[in-house]
Design a protein. Structure first.
Length: 201
């Protein structure tokens, strides 16, 4: 159904790789969940594989299982593209390792910040600290988004060969929804900085 929807619109399921990085940043990293879910859904429809996208997306939040799911999708993307004669190449092994290490590092960073605030109290949450946390968030989300560029490029080549349509240059409704959702998190973060400044913390 979704494949036919794209074809009727006259464009493939490909996405400009730069958008992946931008969406990663602007959605506070939440776009990655949608990216994995969308790929599982589309590969399931295109190839008829027994994939349960919703369950796999939930699995991304489960330690150990998420490592397997992430590595498997990167490998599947490479394999199905090669089957269609794609010439783009990326190492799914090193991409998986880098992605998992960065994701784990960000999780640890978030946990340490949270524990520190619980132990020392909210009074330690100064505007300078909030700005520093935001910049660290931006760095992580940028790097994680960049890691999806190579898989997205080979996906673009795959869909071009399968559908024979030009790549879309606009965002889908789902991607816009994630932008709005992620934008709320950034808005809350900025408001928090201004509020702590106003009360002189």
């Amino acid at each position: 159904m979704d494949l036919l929807h794209h074809e009727k619109k006259g464009f493939s399921k490909g996405l400009e790789p730069g958008y992946v990085v931008i969406l990663s940043l602007l959605t506070y990293g939440m776009y990655h969940i949608y990216w994995f879910y969308k790929n599982w859904t589309e590969l399931k429809e295109a190839l008829g594989r027994p994939i349960r996208p919703a369950m796999r997306s939930i699995g991304l939040f489960i330690p150990i299982l998420n490592i397997f799911l992430i590595a498997q999708q990167f490998k599947n993307i490479r394999d199905v593209a090669r089957e269609q004669g794609a010439t783009s190449f990326y190492s799914h092994v090193w991409t998986s390792i880098a992605y998992i290490i960065l994701s784990t590092a960000y999780t640890v960073f978030t946990v340490l910040i949270t524990v520190s605030l619980i132990d020392e109290g909210a009074s330690t949450l100064t505007p300078d600290l909030l700005v520093g946390i935001m910049f660290i968030d931006l760095a992580f989300f940028s790097l994680l988004g960049i890691l999806l560029v190579a898989p997205q490029r080979i996906l673009n080549e795959y869909w071009s060969k399968v559908q024979g349509l030009p790549m879309r240059q606009h965002l889908t409704a789902g991607e816009i929804a994630w932008l709005v959702f992620g934008g709320l998190f950034w808005f809350i973060s900025v408001i928090e900085i201004f509020s702590t400044t106003a009360i002189g913390v």
